[in-house]
Design a protein around this ligand. Structure first.
Ligand code: DX5
Ligand code: ZN
Length: 216
Protein backbone atom coordinates (compact mmCIF):
# COMPACT_ATOMS: atom_id res chain seq x y z
CA UNK A 1 0.00 0.00 0.00
CA UNK A 2 1.27 3.51 -0.74
CA UNK A 3 1.78 5.83 2.17
CA UNK A 4 0.98 9.46 3.11
CA UNK A 5 -2.70 8.73 3.03
CA UNK A 6 -5.58 10.85 4.32
CA UNK A 7 -8.60 9.16 5.86
CA UNK A 8 -11.40 11.66 6.60
CA UNK A 9 -13.58 10.50 9.48
CA UNK A 10 -17.29 10.31 8.71
CA UNK A 11 -18.00 10.89 12.41
CA UNK A 12 -17.82 14.62 11.63
CA UNK A 13 -19.95 14.37 8.47
CA UNK A 14 -23.49 15.74 8.24
CA UNK A 15 -25.66 12.65 8.84
CA UNK A 16 -28.66 14.39 7.33
CA UNK A 17 -26.64 14.56 4.12
CA UNK A 18 -24.48 11.49 4.42
CA UNK A 19 -24.72 10.51 0.77
CA UNK A 20 -23.70 14.03 -0.28
CA UNK A 21 -20.70 13.99 2.06
CA UNK A 22 -19.57 10.54 0.92
CA UNK A 23 -19.82 11.66 -2.71
CA UNK A 24 -17.78 14.77 -1.88
CA UNK A 25 -15.10 12.45 -0.45
CA UNK A 26 -15.32 10.17 -3.51
CA UNK A 27 -14.50 13.16 -5.67
CA UNK A 28 -11.74 14.46 -3.38
CA UNK A 29 -8.13 13.39 -2.87
CA UNK A 30 -9.13 11.43 0.23
CA UNK A 31 -7.54 7.98 0.13
CA UNK A 32 -9.63 6.14 2.69
CA UNK A 33 -12.97 6.70 4.46
CA UNK A 34 -12.56 6.30 8.22
CA UNK A 35 -15.63 4.85 9.93
CA UNK A 36 -15.85 5.22 13.73
CA UNK A 37 -18.12 2.70 15.44
CA UNK A 38 -18.79 3.37 19.15
CA UNK A 39 -20.90 1.26 21.50
CA UNK A 40 -21.29 3.39 24.65
CA UNK A 41 -19.38 0.74 26.60
CA UNK A 42 -15.80 0.69 25.36
CA UNK A 43 -16.05 4.46 24.89
CA UNK A 44 -18.43 6.93 26.55
CA UNK A 45 -20.32 7.67 23.35
CA UNK A 46 -22.51 5.88 20.78
CA UNK A 47 -22.04 6.67 17.09
CA UNK A 48 -23.77 4.36 14.60
CA UNK A 49 -24.03 0.77 13.45
CA UNK A 50 -25.06 -1.37 10.51
CA UNK A 51 -27.78 0.79 8.88
CA UNK A 52 -25.24 3.61 8.45
CA UNK A 53 -22.61 1.10 7.35
CA UNK A 54 -25.05 0.00 4.63
CA UNK A 55 -25.35 3.57 3.33
CA UNK A 56 -21.57 3.87 3.32
CA UNK A 57 -21.31 0.61 1.36
CA UNK A 58 -23.84 1.84 -1.19
CA UNK A 59 -22.06 5.11 -1.92
CA UNK A 60 -18.37 4.89 -0.99
CA UNK A 61 -15.86 4.44 -3.79
CA UNK A 62 -12.79 4.69 -1.56
CA UNK A 63 -11.09 2.14 0.70
CA UNK A 64 -13.29 1.72 3.80
CA UNK A 65 -11.32 1.83 7.07
CA UNK A 66 -13.49 0.67 9.99
CA UNK A 67 -12.37 1.57 13.54
CA UNK A 68 -14.29 -0.49 16.09
CA UNK A 69 -14.49 1.18 19.52
CA UNK A 70 -16.62 -1.61 20.93
CA UNK A 71 -16.27 -4.39 23.49
CA UNK A 72 -16.09 -7.96 22.12
CA UNK A 73 -15.42 -6.81 18.56
CA UNK A 74 -14.92 -10.43 17.48
CA UNK A 75 -18.71 -10.83 17.58
CA UNK A 76 -19.23 -8.23 14.86
CA UNK A 77 -16.19 -8.13 12.58
CA UNK A 78 -17.68 -10.48 9.99
CA UNK A 79 -20.81 -8.37 9.66
CA UNK A 80 -18.73 -5.22 9.12
CA UNK A 81 -16.78 -7.05 6.43
CA UNK A 82 -20.07 -8.11 4.79
CA UNK A 83 -21.00 -4.42 4.80
CA UNK A 84 -17.93 -3.55 2.75
CA UNK A 85 -15.08 -2.90 5.20
CA UNK A 86 -11.66 -3.16 3.50
CA UNK A 87 -9.81 -2.85 6.80
CA UNK A 88 -11.11 -3.57 10.29
CA UNK A 89 -9.19 -2.29 13.30
CA UNK A 90 -9.85 -3.51 16.83
CA UNK A 91 -8.59 -2.12 20.12
CA UNK A 92 -5.84 -3.99 21.95
CA UNK A 93 -7.69 -3.05 25.16
CA UNK A 94 -10.94 -4.67 23.95
CA UNK A 95 -9.54 -8.02 22.78
CA UNK A 96 -8.80 -10.88 25.16
CA UNK A 97 -7.73 -13.03 22.20
CA UNK A 98 -6.26 -10.44 19.87
CA UNK A 99 -4.32 -12.92 17.74
CA UNK A 100 -7.48 -14.91 17.06
CA UNK A 101 -9.46 -11.79 16.14
CA UNK A 102 -6.73 -10.53 13.79
CA UNK A 103 -6.66 -13.95 12.10
CA UNK A 104 -10.45 -13.97 11.81
CA UNK A 105 -10.45 -10.60 10.03
CA UNK A 106 -7.68 -11.62 7.62
CA UNK A 107 -9.32 -14.98 6.91
CA UNK A 108 -12.23 -13.04 5.39
CA UNK A 109 -9.85 -11.47 2.85
CA UNK A 110 -9.55 -7.97 4.33
CA UNK A 111 -6.81 -6.11 6.22
CA UNK A 112 -6.60 -6.18 10.01
CA UNK A 113 -5.39 -3.41 12.31
CA UNK A 114 -4.75 -3.09 16.03
CA UNK A 115 -5.48 0.16 17.90
CA UNK A 116 -3.74 1.49 21.01
CA UNK A 117 -5.26 4.00 23.39
CA UNK A 118 -2.96 6.89 24.37
CA UNK A 119 -2.02 5.21 27.67
CA UNK A 120 -1.24 1.75 26.23
CA UNK A 121 2.49 1.23 25.61
CA UNK A 122 3.68 0.29 22.12
CA UNK A 123 5.66 -2.62 23.58
CA UNK A 124 2.37 -4.49 24.13
CA UNK A 125 2.44 -5.12 20.36
CA UNK A 126 5.71 -7.03 20.35
CA UNK A 127 4.08 -10.43 19.80
CA UNK A 128 1.45 -9.33 17.27
CA UNK A 129 3.31 -6.76 15.14
CA UNK A 130 4.40 -9.33 12.53
CA UNK A 131 0.77 -10.37 11.98
CA UNK A 132 -1.06 -7.06 11.63
CA UNK A 133 -1.50 -4.91 8.52
CA UNK A 134 -1.79 -1.68 10.46
CA UNK A 135 -1.18 -0.10 13.86
CA UNK A 136 -3.59 2.71 14.71
CA UNK A 137 -2.23 4.99 17.42
CA UNK A 138 -4.93 7.02 19.17
CA UNK A 139 -3.71 10.59 19.59
CA UNK A 140 -6.79 11.48 21.70
CA UNK A 141 -8.81 9.35 24.10
CA UNK A 142 -11.35 7.68 21.82
CA UNK A 143 -15.02 8.61 21.94
CA UNK A 144 -15.34 12.07 20.42
CA UNK A 145 -14.22 14.11 17.45
CA UNK A 146 -12.68 17.55 17.79
CA UNK A 147 -10.33 16.86 20.72
CA UNK A 148 -6.80 18.17 21.26
CA UNK A 149 -3.87 16.17 19.89
CA UNK A 150 -1.71 14.44 22.53
CA UNK A 151 1.96 15.28 21.85
CA UNK A 152 3.30 12.01 23.31
CA UNK A 153 2.08 10.41 20.06
CA UNK A 154 5.33 11.41 18.30
CA UNK A 155 7.31 9.23 20.72
CA UNK A 156 4.90 6.35 20.08
CA UNK A 157 5.28 6.70 16.31
CA UNK A 158 9.07 6.34 16.66
CA UNK A 159 8.66 3.31 18.91
CA UNK A 160 6.16 1.71 16.53
CA UNK A 161 8.46 2.30 13.57
CA UNK A 162 11.34 0.59 15.46
CA UNK A 163 9.11 -2.35 16.38
CA UNK A 164 7.98 -2.74 12.76
CA UNK A 165 11.54 -2.67 11.43
CA UNK A 166 12.94 -5.06 14.02
CA UNK A 167 10.21 -7.61 13.27
CA UNK A 168 10.21 -7.30 9.46
CA UNK A 169 6.57 -6.24 9.71
CA UNK A 170 4.79 -4.56 6.81
CA UNK A 171 2.31 -2.77 9.09
CA UNK A 172 1.31 0.78 8.28
CA UNK A 173 1.07 3.41 11.04
CA UNK A 174 -2.18 5.36 11.25
CA UNK A 175 -2.81 8.32 13.58
CA UNK A 176 -6.28 9.22 14.83
CA UNK A 177 -7.41 12.27 16.79
CA UNK A 178 -6.63 15.97 16.70
CA UNK A 179 -4.91 15.84 13.30
CA UNK A 180 -5.00 19.23 11.58
CA UNK A 181 -3.21 21.43 9.07
CA UNK A 182 -0.60 22.40 11.68
CA UNK A 183 0.59 18.91 12.57
CA UNK A 184 -0.11 16.77 9.46
CA UNK A 185 3.25 17.22 7.72
CA UNK A 186 5.12 16.79 11.00
CA UNK A 187 3.27 13.51 11.59
CA UNK A 188 4.12 12.21 8.12
CA UNK A 189 7.77 13.19 8.69
CA UNK A 190 7.74 11.37 12.02
CA UNK A 191 6.74 8.15 10.24
CA UNK A 192 2.95 8.12 10.02
CA UNK A 193 1.54 6.52 6.86
CA UNK A 194 -2.16 7.35 7.28
CA UNK A 195 -3.76 10.34 9.01
CA UNK A 196 -7.39 10.35 10.13
CA UNK A 197 -9.02 13.79 10.14
CA UNK A 198 -12.59 14.53 11.17
CA UNK A 199 -13.07 17.99 12.55
CA UNK A 200 -10.17 19.44 10.56
CA UNK A 201 -11.88 18.42 7.31
CA UNK A 202 -15.60 18.83 7.98
CA UNK A 203 -15.47 22.07 9.97
CA UNK A 204 -13.97 23.91 6.99
CA UNK A 205 -15.84 25.64 4.21
CA UNK A 206 -14.14 23.59 1.53
CA UNK A 207 -13.44 20.08 2.90
CA UNK A 208 -12.03 18.77 -0.40
CA UNK A 209 -9.49 21.59 -0.47
CA UNK A 210 -8.55 20.93 3.16
CA UNK A 211 -7.87 17.28 2.28
CA UNK A 212 -5.44 18.47 -0.43
CA UNK A 213 -3.69 20.75 2.07
CA UNK A 214 -3.37 17.92 4.60
CA UNK A 215 -1.31 15.99 2.06
CA UNK A 216 1.38 18.63 1.55
C1 DX5 B 1 -12.25 9.43 18.02
C2 DX5 B 1 -12.35 8.82 16.66
C3 DX5 B 1 -11.73 9.64 15.60
C4 DX5 B 1 -12.36 10.99 15.42
C5 DX5 B 1 -11.27 11.92 14.99
O1 DX5 B 1 -12.72 8.54 18.96
O2 DX5 B 1 -11.71 7.56 16.61
O3 DX5 B 1 -11.61 8.97 14.38
O4 DX5 B 1 -13.38 10.99 14.47
O5 DX5 B 1 -11.78 13.17 15.01
P1 DX5 B 1 -10.92 14.49 14.94
O6 DX5 B 1 -10.08 14.42 13.71
O7 DX5 B 1 -11.97 15.54 14.91
O8 DX5 B 1 -10.06 14.54 16.19
ZN1 ZN C 1 -11.27 6.63 14.59
Amino acid sequence: MKTKLIAPSLLSADFGNLQRDIEMLNNSQADWLHVDVMDGRFVPNISFGFPVMKTIQQHAKKFVDVHLMIVEPEKYVEEFIDYGADLVSVHYEACTHLHRTINLIQSKGVKAGVVLNPSTPVLMLEDIIADVDLVLLMSVNPGFGGQKFIENTYKKIAETKDLILSNNSTALIEIDGGVNLDNASKLFEAGADVLVAGNAVFSTENPARTIEFLKV
